[in-house]
Structures are given as C-alpha cells and as structure tokens.
Design a protein around this ligand. Structure first.
Ligand code: AMP
Length: 291
C-alpha cells in the first residue's frame, strides 16, 4: 500500500516503462463485491491496476456522515490482494489536500437534480477529487459504477470538458439476490432495515414495467412506483425522478430511453439506485400497423 503521491507516481511510471496500460479504480473503501466487479474489469483490460481508497472530505455535506463512514482498511487490503490489484493508493486527507484549495471544479446543470439537488457541493467535491486522482495516477482507463449514475455522468463531462486523456469505463450495478444494489452504506442497516431496503429496487422495477407497458407521463410513473413503498416511519423518499440519461434533466413525456433514479432514507442510512428504462415495448403497442 502506498500513502504518498511521489512513490505512487514512481510505481506507475515503472509500469508504463514496462509497456503496461494503467487502470484506476477510485473508491472510498469498505470494499464489497460491487467494487470487486470494477477491479475485475480493470484487471481484464489493463496490465497495471491501481485502486485508490480515499474517503474524500470535500464531497460530504454532513460532518457526522464523514466521521461515521466505514474505514476497514485491513479488510480492504485483503480484498485488493485477492483481486490481483497491483497498487493500492490510500492517501491521508493531508496528502490530497495539504492546504485549503483555492481552485475546485464547478459542476454545471448536470448537478441540478437527483443527488446534486439534495447534497449541495457534493459533485464539486467528487469532480475535484477525481480530477486530482486522474492527475496523480494518469491512468489510461478509469472505472466507475453505474450505480452512482449522476457521478458517472459528471465524470464523463469532466473528462470531455477538460480534455483529459483517459477512457472512462462504466460498470453495470451489481445487486444482491433480492435486487438491492451492493453498497458500503448497506453495512449501516439493521436486519429489519435491510429488508425495507428492497422497496427502492421494487419501486424502480415498477417504474420500468410501467414505462415498458406504455405510460408516457413521468408523474404517473413516479406515482405508481411510490405506491409500492411500504408505509413505515423509518422510510423517507428523498427523490424519485425520471430524467434524460445524458444530461440528467427531468423528462415529463417519455419518448425514448430514460433513467429512473431514486434516493431513499431508511432510518439514518441513505441509499440510491437507478434503472435505465426503455419505452420500446410501448411504441410497438402505440403504433398501429400500416401507419
Ligand atoms: P464508493 O466506494 O462507494 O465511492 O464506490 C466506488 C466505485 O464503486 C464507484 O464508482 C461506485 O459507483 C462503484 N460501485 C459501488 N457499488 C457498486 C455496485 N453495487 N455495482 C457496481 N459498482 C459499484
């Protein structure tokens, strides 16, 4: 494990001299099988795989959330060793932010909805730390999960807008057998809350079904999905939105593929998830033959 930037750069330079492609998997640790999926893809595509473990203070909007974020470093190192990671980069906050930053990345309207609306400054923090990690490691490819779809979209824009020489790879969401997306935050759920967590994926799946069946009105899609949430005081739906998958702006009439995304509080744990939905079945029904 490396904790400082200089030796990390030396190690990556050595891999490059050996003619290896470098892949970066940025994480905040508390690694699970979802992260392992990203690492596996990087392993298949790159000769040198770097995993960063850094709980980025700049992207947390609540101090208690930052303090309580799980940091099981030894278990994470074991996962990395078992997955054939070449370099683990686990810097301290002082290494990444040695002084108060005067420059951060300003994210535009892509952060106006979904999580960005409820977590002010979150995507500025994400975009800033990812830009820094990409500058530090200078990988050929970097891997991000589709579970955090708004994050992935922000990073794709970051790379385009700043002409960064890196290929961004999106990796499909890995789910538990009951549909719940794997997440480091699931660790904070009690067994009862873990059962309640299924309702977010159920609501998203209902939205997918409704859209495929021909519903074009996003409001009605969200209403139908919302009915599936159990009446339970531990549950609070923060948002449930139908958006354009590219620019993440709200869609009122569903005419093509959309992303349905939700954030659900279960007690003191906030989970997010999303599904890409296509109205293709609907258009087959809606277009009379011969017209
Ligand atoms: P995190 O440690 O939560 O910041 O996540 C690190 C990376 O792993 C991000 O790109 C996430 O989108 C991705 N990730 C987290 N959970 C999953 C999952 N269940 N399936 C696929 N990717 C995931």
């Amino acid at each position: 494990m490396l904790t400082s930037i200089a030796p990390l750069r030396d190690r990556v330079a050595e891999a490059r001299r050996a003619g290896l492609e470098v892949g970066l998997v940025p994480t905040m640790g508390a690694l699970h099988t979802g992260h392992a999926r990203l690492i596996e893809q990087a392993r298949r595509e790159c000769g040198c795989v770097v995993v960063s473990i850094f709980v980025n203070p700049l992207q947390f909007d609540r101090a208690d959330d930052l303090d309580g974020y799980p940091r099981p470093l030894q278990a994470d190192l074991d996962v990395c060793a078992a997955s054939g990671v070449d370099v683990v980069f686990a810097p301290t906050a002082e290494e990444i932010y040695p002084r108060r930053a005067e420059c951060t990345v300003e994210v535009g309207r892509i952060a106006d909805h979904l999580c960005g609306r409820y977590r002010p400054g979150h995507f500025r923090g994400v975009a800033t730390v990812v830009l820094k990690l990409l500058q530090i490691v200078q990988p050929d490819r970097a891997y991000f999960g589709e579970k955090d779809a708004q994050q992935l979209a922000v990073i794709r824009h970051l790379v385009r807008d700043f002409n960064l020489p890196v290929q961004i790879e999106g990796v499909p969401t890995l789910r538990d057998t009951d549909g719940v997306a794997l997440s480091s935050r699931n660790q904070g759920l009690s067994p009862e809350e873990r059962v309640l967590a299924r309702s977010l994926y159920r609501a998203l799946s209902e939205a997918e079904r409704t859209i495929a069946a021909g519903e074009r009105d996003s409001k009605r899609v969200a209403e139908a999905a919302g009915l599936l949430l159990p009446q339970d005081e531990r549950l609070r739906l923060e948002y449930f939105e139908v958006v354009d998958p590219e620019d993440l702006q709200p869609v009122e009439r569903i005419e093509g593929p959309v992303m349905v995304a939700g954030a659900l509080w279960i007690g003191s744990t906030r989970l997010i998830d999303n599904l890409l939905c296509s109205p293709s079945a609907m258009s087959a029904v809606a277009t009379p033959s011969g017209n």
